[in-house]
Design a binder for this molecule. Structure first.
Ligand code: B1M
Length: 207
């Protein structure tokens, strides 16, 4: 019988082979894909997020865990689709116009995926139009923006303004090293988080 605690542990350790093998075994044995997701993969990523937040582990460990999660998800996703299991929500994420930094944005995207969101990553140097088009096309509940340069932070405000003008019913989240809660309040973002694990908590509170 596949051990979902061991699957969570494999994700925490970033042990890709074990994660894939337990995921495959669990599905072959008829374990519900939702159980594999929630009690194995997401349970593991929750621990990774909590440890990252407390500085008990660092970016490389998070990336390795995310890679293990991704491999298992590739096996699980078709089964989830067959079982009609919906993601928590669609989320659009991108780095704002003029900014090419994407390491933090990618981490946030991975943590959101790990927590059950369908993440549409529109990349770097994204204009307000690109955010809006993706949010409309994918019927997104949240638009996430990342900026690493003080000079590109104002592009976040432009996106928020454009979203308001377009009358889109989406929540906005911002983050990145120079960004603060005060700045989020100033430009009317719905939320700010300082790190990728807190971004998941914030998204959960916004949907
Ligand atoms: Co750039 N760069 N860079 N750079 N770079 C910084 C940001 C800088 C602080 C370095 C410095 O001078 N000390 C400085 C900015 C100064 C400022 O604006 N005040 C800077 C500069 C000036 C530049 C260039 C202008 C340099 C030049 O060409 N003269 C240039 C700009 C290019 C452009 O974007 N147009 C540039 C270029 C680059 C590289 C391409 C070489 C490379 C980027 C590679 C890549 O991303 N693929 C790069 C890098 C790597 C950095 C540093 C060294 C590291 C950034 C990083 O990835 N951090 C950085 C200095 C530093 O921070 N020590 C620097 C790790 C990452 C995990 O953290 O992105 O903060 P971070 O993400 C965190 C949180 O902020 C949060 O979660 C993440 C994980 O916990 N978070 C969110 C991020 N987005 C979020 C969104 C959310 C929620 C949370 O919700 C939506």
């Amino acid at each position: 019988m596949a051990d979902l605690n061991a699957l969570a542990e494999a994700i925490i350790k970033g042990d890709q082979n074990t994660a894939v093998s337990i995921t495959t075994q669990a599905l072959d044995e008829g374990t519900a894909p939702e159980d594999v997701l929630n009690n194995g993969l997401v349970a593991g990523m929750d621990v990774v997020g909590a440890r990252f937040k407390k500085n008990e582990i660092y970016i490389p460990e998070v990336l390795i865990a995310a890679r293990a999660m991704k491999s298992s998800m590739e096996i699980l996703e078709p089964k989830l689709a067959e079982a009609g299991i919906e993601p928590k929500a669609n989320v659009v994420i991108g780095t704002v116009q003029g900014d090419l930094h994407d390491i933090g944005k990618n981490l946030v995207a991975m943590m959101l995926k790990g927590s059950g969101y369908n993440v549409i990553d529109i990349g770097v140097d994204c204009t307000a139009e690109k955010f809006i088009q993706a949010a409309q096309e994918k019927n997104a509940k949240i638009v996430c923006m990342s900026a690493l340069l003080t000079t590109t932070m104002p592009a976040m405000e432009k996106v928020i303004q454009a979203i308001k003008e377009a009358g889109l019913a989406v929540k906005t989240m911002i983050g990145g090293a120079p960004v603060t809660q005060g700045y989020a309040d100033k430009i009317g973002a719905d939320g700010y988080s300082s790190d990728a694990a807190s971004a998941v908590d914030l998204a959960n509170s916004l949907i």
